[in-house]
Design a binder for this molecule. Structure first.
Ligand code: COA
Length: 329
């Protein structure tokens, strides 16, 4: 089936903090074990941003690398979207700070808050801006500092998350490769499964009053797990079906890296063999909106994605939000 394609990923970038927090380090902080974390989540280590580093500062090197790889100057950007659920301020937006940092002039910018589905939401928006003729080049920067909003005394959540950033330039495509389609969803009825009252990662806070005020991230892990697997499988299946494709056509699935058991369960429900599912949750934990673009960057770097491949991105996050994107690479 020939599908009209109007936009493509023309460049990717990544920036993860140097500081590694291993499971052995966490054993010294909370009552947990390397074995428990690895068995239940597949995570061995995660990265942690240095004190004082802001969400925009983490995102800027990724943005610059993506622009370099795309061969696009910052002045050529028509839109900058920052996918983050840990913005450094409520306003000015982290996107505005990134735009200033990369010297994007008066390029419009805003923060997009769809938690771990943020990158897929941003790709869908960028693709639609380009298809409608409103933009030729859109920069997406997904940057997250969850270490500032997790409760480091709560072993059921603090072992799961990490910090990181990645960026993608989405450009007009005249060829046969590019973004085929996306589907995005949300349902606030499940809002209490995964929440944080915390804002402004630039000013992390601590103490009992803050805990009581609901600043920190909280999660109902078991329920989240079940809804995540069902929604991710559903949205990916419907997207494939709508575009006349099946799971057999998919060359690689790059799922949100929350938990190896969720990833494996989604792959199994879709009927995609394990070797076609990209995994790097072991190295970074859950970096929320940054997780898919970091994984995509590494899949390309490792030669796991080749020109002509059918790539399926699928994510799930607080909101609840979920979505999927199909790309002909
Ligand atoms: N170390 C050791 N023990 C821990 C622990 C930790 N870090 N965290 C929780 N436990 C304990 C619990 O207290 C519980 O003990 P109990 O049986 O004495 O009460 C036991 O382990 C089992 O807890 P449970 O929550 O049932 O474990 P689980 O098998 O559901 O795994 C998650 C917990 C969080 C790993 C799992 O529910 C999950 O992956 N959920 C989805 C999370 C996610 O990815 N969310 C983001 C989506 S974007």
């Amino acid at each position: 089936m020939t599908v009209a394609v109007r936009s493509k990923i023309s460049g990717l970038g990544r920036n993860v903090p140097d500081k590694v927090l291993s499971n052995a380090d966490l054993e010294k902080m909370v009552d947990t074990s390397d074995e428990w974390i690895k068995t239940r989540t597949g995570i061995s280590e995660r990265r942690i941003a240095d004190d004082g580093v802001t969400t925009s500062q983490l995102g800027i090197p990724a943005a610059r690398e993506a622009l370099r790889n795309a061969g696009i100057d910052p002045e050529e950007l028509d839109l900058l979207l920052c996918a983050t659920s840990t913005p450094e301020n409520m306003f000015p937006s982290t996107g505005c700070a990134i735009g200033h940092g990369i010297e994007a002039g008066d390029c419009p910018s805003f923060d997009l808050l769809a938690a771990c589905t943020g990158f897929i939401y941003a790709v869908s928006i960028a693709d639609n801006f380009i298809r409608s003729g409103s933009a030729n080049n859109v920069l997406i920067v997904a940057s997250e500092i969850y270490s500032r909003i997790v409760n480091w005394k709560d072993r059921s959540t603090c072992v799961l998350f990490g910090d990181g950033a990645a960026a993608a330039v989405i450009s007009r495509s005249d060829g046969s490769s590019g973004i085929i389609d996306s589907r995005i969803h949300s349902n606030g009825a499940y809002g209490d499964l995964l929440t944080t009252g915390g804002v402004a990662s630039r000013r992390p806070v601590a103490g009992r009053a803050i805990e009581d005020a609901g600043y920190f991230l909280t999660m109902k892990g078991n329920q989240t797990f079940k809804v995540a697997v069902k929604r991710m499988t559903d949205v990916a299946s419907k997207l494939l079906e709508k575009n006349g494709l099946s799971a057999n056509d998919v060359d690689i699935v790059i799922p949100h890296q929350a938990n190896i058991r969720i990833i494996n369960a989604v792959g199994k429900s879709l009927g995609v063999p394990e070797e076609k599912v990209f995994v790097n949750v072991n190295k970074y934990g859950n970096t929320s909106a940054a997780s898919i673009p970091i994984a995509m960057y590494e899949a390309v770097e490792e030669g796991r994605v080749k020109p002509g491949d059918l790539v399926l991105l699928v994510a799930f996050g607080g909101g609840l939000t979920w979505g999927a994107t199909l790309i002909r690479w």
